[in-house]
Design a protein around this ligand. Sequence first.
Ligand code: NDP
Ligand code: GDR
Length: 372
Amino acid sequence: MTRVIKKTALITGVTGQDGAYLAEFLLSKNYIVHGMKRRSSLFNTDRIDHLYKDQHENDVNFFLHHGDMTDSSSLTSIIQKTQPDEIYNLAAQSHVAVSFEMPEYTANSDALGTLRILEAIRMLGMEKKTRFYQASTSELYGLVQETPQSETTPFYPRSPYAVAKLYAYWITVNYREAYGMYACNGILFNHESPIRGETFVTRKITRALARIKLGLQDCLYLGNLNAMRDWGHARDYVEMQWLMLQQDTAEDFVIATGVQHSVRDFVNIAATELDMDIEWQGNGVDEVAYLKNSDHASSENKPIVAIDPQYYRPTEVETLKGDATKAREKLGWIPKTSFNELVQEMATEDLVAAKGNALLENRGFKTVNNAE
Ligand code: NDP
Ligand code: GDR
């Protein structure tokens, strides 16, 4: 009888959107998956609870370890203990706006955290065994120098987050060249899903519109409606993260759909998916959207979307559109989910959640809405 040797993967940021999709994908590929999670005073494993089995059962393939990107000792000890064939470095303070409020922490976790992992691999003598994936980002292009953006487009980061990720990008390239490590950057454009964090603009929109539809919330406040993004589905993108580590040589790849929409477009399509007919009025900071066919003059009829300048960023990334030709040719990349399908999936799931909340509110229970 031949014994199948399973591959072992370690995912940092396993409790996040991509970590959850990637863990599910790797388990379906028969990997042993180790995930690193932060200690938290409340449960923070909602997105991966369905994958987790009681550790006393047989055939357990998914394990969690406490650690933090700012703590070398935990990173080194997890890597030593788990001896991974592949490390997916997804952990990061990933919110661009928050990085202006916490620039030093963002640099520590996103830039130095990446270095800490690469150094741990090297110091443990695992540079020939362990392949490394770095979650790089289209935010590196920032103030874009050419459109669409590919692997050869110059970088011009526009936030403390993007600057930290720039360091992580180059230290990954440097360890590949200096020590012959299989280390690569996936330069991923925005990717979303029904489990996207509630404070990123797409999820903020689908969640708020669903709540407004059911009378749980009055208005959705947004910042820059004109920002253009290339939005894909996270489920499709994590497969490319894995494929990048299965090649003969380590290379960096852009993953994107090549299709651009504005934040305003996203609102319009989400509203259509939720059967909400909206119309826009005004300009700039005074731009608002009303539900159509209702009397705007009436005091009852307040806008359901409005601008709150607190969501403007000190320096903005106005437009991003990716050119994923290299990934298409070398990895066979084709986005499976269209933009409309993505918005539909997110709006549908947020409507189900809002219905649950409405039921609770009708029975006298208070539900929370603290997503900003
Ligand atoms: P999320 O914000 O959903 O997840 C981030 C993960 O990192 C969470 O598990 C979080 O833990 C963890 N984390 C944050 N700080 C630390 C820390 N100091 N130590 C340990 N863990 C930490 O991000 P996504 O899943 O959307 O993105 C995954 C990665 O890809 C990130 O690095 C992001 O910057 C990058 N990226 C994302 C893109 C996107 O559009 N989604 C596009 C391009 C790059 P907790 O759950 O406890 O908060
Ligand atoms: P981004 O995503 O900054 O591209 O980073 P986000 O959804 O936060 O913003 C996209 C664009 O929408 C504009 N915007 C708002 N954004 C938020 N969050 N909230 C608002 O109310 C709002 N109104 C308008 C923003 O100004 C921006 O232009 C994401 C993260 O996942 C990063 O980790 C990742 O690297 C990049 O995508 C690629």
